[in-house]
Design a protein around this ligand. Structure first.
Ligand code: HEC
Length: 164
């Protein structure tokens, strides 16, 4: 009788300690998991930061710098570029290229000003890449214009940048 009773008590004790250690482990895991900053979140956050920086400063990939404009500067290529500009670009970038076109006014990020050194000091290839791929309110012209037309536009933008 007594023996059974002791066994019973030690069994209870055993269960109690199991339960207690289980709780302790759970509390530990729980607190560790709330403090722990998982790698994938860190990666997501740093991606968010680099995206934000790129958003603020729109950078073409370095590889774009080495693209050479196959269209020579001539009266013909300039006027082809001008024609395209007046069709596709002036509404945002303005007819004199100051980024003050009628459709650009309400945009969060203003259309580029082609008289600004920040824009014009970039390589032809970088501007071509941006024109091709677009960003935000700047549409990508990869499909709408042929490569030749996009290069003619770059020729024209250089001329536009020289004007007052
Ligand atoms: C609907 C408005 C819109 C039209 C149309 C448009 N753009 Fe843009 N463009 C923008 C905006 C807005 C930006 C600035 C984007 C940014 O920096 O986030 C921009 C930026 C650019 C840039 C990059 C300049 C820099 O900051 O380095 C180039 C090059 C450019 N546009 C060329 C063109 C050309 C050429 C056309 C016509 C074929 C054109 N865009 C048509 C709105 C427009």
């Amino acid at each position: 009788m007594l023996k059974i009773g002791t066994n019973f008590i030690s069994m209870k004790k055993y269960k109690f300690y199991t339960l207690l250690s289980f709780c302790a482990v759970s509390v530990f895991i729980l607190s560790a998991s709330t403090n722990y900053y998982p790698l994938k979140d860190r990666q997501a956050d740093s991606k968010f930061l680099t995206d934000t920086v790129k958003q603020l400063a729109w950078l073409a990939p370095e590889s774009a710098d080495s693209l050479k404009n196959p269209v020579a500067v001539s009266q013909e290529s300039i006027s082809k570029g001008e024609e395209l500009y007046n069709m596709y670009c002036f509404s945002c970038h303005g007819d004199t290229g100051y980024g003050d076109g009628p459709a650009g006014g309400s945009m969060g990020v203003r259309p580029a000003n082609f008289h600004d050194q920040k824009v014009m000091k970039q390589k032809d290839g970088a501007l071509f890449w941006k024109l091709t791929n677009g960003k935000g309110n700047m549409p990508p012209f990869k499909e709408a214009l042929t490569e030749e037309q996009r290069w003619q536009l770059i020729v024209f933008l250089r001329e536009l940048g020289k004007t007052e």
